[in-house]
Design a binder for this molecule. Structure first.
Ligand code: SAH
Ligand code: SF4
Length: 352
């Protein structure tokens, strides 16, 4: 019998188990860690989609495993962008919900954008996921399954996955444990072996979560969504700004960079006439000056529930020039997959 997840009351899939958890499960059946190693390699190196596809197992173990669910998420729909570089995949979950995963086929640096929750509780006004509200957390296996899906799709094209960005549906630090468990799985060198430098976790600024990442010295890269450089301006776009004011957020970010000796990426959605003027750029410059920081500017992508326009190229470049004056490097993010609503913040699943 498959085990159950205490928190969600759903059956635990093999993808939900850590390497140690798999060892424990197999030990319960009387198999040594050697066999757990075979199963792990079958799941994450050979990408077996069903227990019977795991090669090299003794028949009794294969029979035992046949009762288990791997946790592969079925593809419910696929949409490709017109330029062919972006594929949005709607993956079905066992309870009938669905999540979106976005594959970006940049040759040699293929990237997957994964979700950590169904919906999101944070309510950022311009974000399609925020507009749909919070449904539930994803389990570790549901998060890891998106990465396995990407790697499988890429291998079919003779390529391999390089980058993971946690910028899909949901707030990863609101689902801390499951997110970290999934990242441990995909980083494991005996399986997918995605290096932590190639994983970027993006947060709206959940201060206790950033503090925990620092204390636990988590190795992945961190991106923090700001969008406003004063509490008042930020709170208009990002409601959690009321709970975690900039003074606390920036203190946590500074601790992170100094303790871990690592750069932080700051995200700023550029909204025409809202947060893209020189005064805002200066305020952001003052906020980040002296920090090991890089600013990612994201021209607003349209969503049904927010009536704003993206900042045009010249104004975005002027914003960058102000930041450069404070010694801050920045990038204007290329727009990808807009025609299939797979750009940042556009991931939402229609209510059934
Ligand atoms: N919850 C996390 C990660 C998911 S969103 C976070 O908020 O950081 C990834 C990035 O896309 C965030 O910076 C978010 O603010 C931004 N984003 C959301 N909706 C957007 C939109 N409509 N246009 C541009 N960027 C958007
Ligand atoms: Fe949630 Fe991030 Fe969207 Fe805000 S921007 S609602 S935190 S997914």
């Amino acid at each position: 019998m498959a085990g159950m997840d205490d928190r969600t009351n759903r059956p635990t899939a093999l993808y939900d188990l850590s390497r140690a958890g798999l060892t424990e499960r197999l030990a319960g059946w009387g198999y040594s860690d050697y066999y757990a190693g075979l199963v792990w390699a079958g799941l994450y190196r050979d990408l077996a989609a069903a227990p019977e596809a795991i090669a090299g197992l003794r028949p009794e173990l294969a029979a035992r495993l046949a009762a288990e669910t791997v946790g592969v998420l079925p593809v419910r729909a696929t949409i490709d962008s017109a330029d062919g570089h972006t594929r949005k995949v709607l993956l079905g979950l066992a309870d009938g919900a669905a999540i979106e995963t976005v594959l970006m086929y940049f040759r040699g640096r293929a990237t997957v954008c994964i979700s950590t929750q169904v919906g999101c509780a944070m309510g950022c006004v311009f974000c399609a996921t925020g507009q749909m509200g919070f449904r539930r957390h994803l389990s570790p296996g549901e998060i890891a399954a998106q990465v396995v899906h990407a790697e499988r799709a890429l291998r079919a094209r003779g390529e391999t996955l390089r980058n993971i960005v946690l910028m899909g549906m949901g707030e990863p630090l609101h689902n801390y444990e499951a997110t970290m468990a999934a990242l441990e799985t995909v980083m494991d060198h005996r399986g997918l072996a995605i290096g932590p430098r190639f994983i970027t976790l993006s947060t709206v600024g959940v201060v206790p979560g950033i503090r925990r990442l620092t204390a636990e010295r988590r190795p992945m890269r961190l991106a923090v969504s700001l969008h406003g450089a004063t509490d008042e301006e930020r709170a208009r776009l990002v409601p959690p700004a009321r709970r975690w004011p900039l003074s606390e957020l920036m203190a946590a970010c500074r601790d992170y960079t100094t303790t871990l000796g690592r750069r932080i990426f700051f995200e700023w959605t550029l909204i025409d006439g809202q947060n893209d003027g020189p005064a805002q750029a200066q305020a952001l410059g003052r906020l980040l000056a002296g920090m090991d920081a890089h600013v990612n500017l994201i021209p607003l992508n349209p969503t049904l529930g927010y009536d704003g326009r993206p900042t045009a190229g010249p104004a975005a470049r002027a914003f960058q020039a102000v930041l450069a004056g404070y010694g801050l490097p920045s990038t204007v993010r290329q727009r990808r997959g807009i025609d299939v609503a797979a750009g940042c913040g556009q991931l939402a699943v229609e209510r059934s």
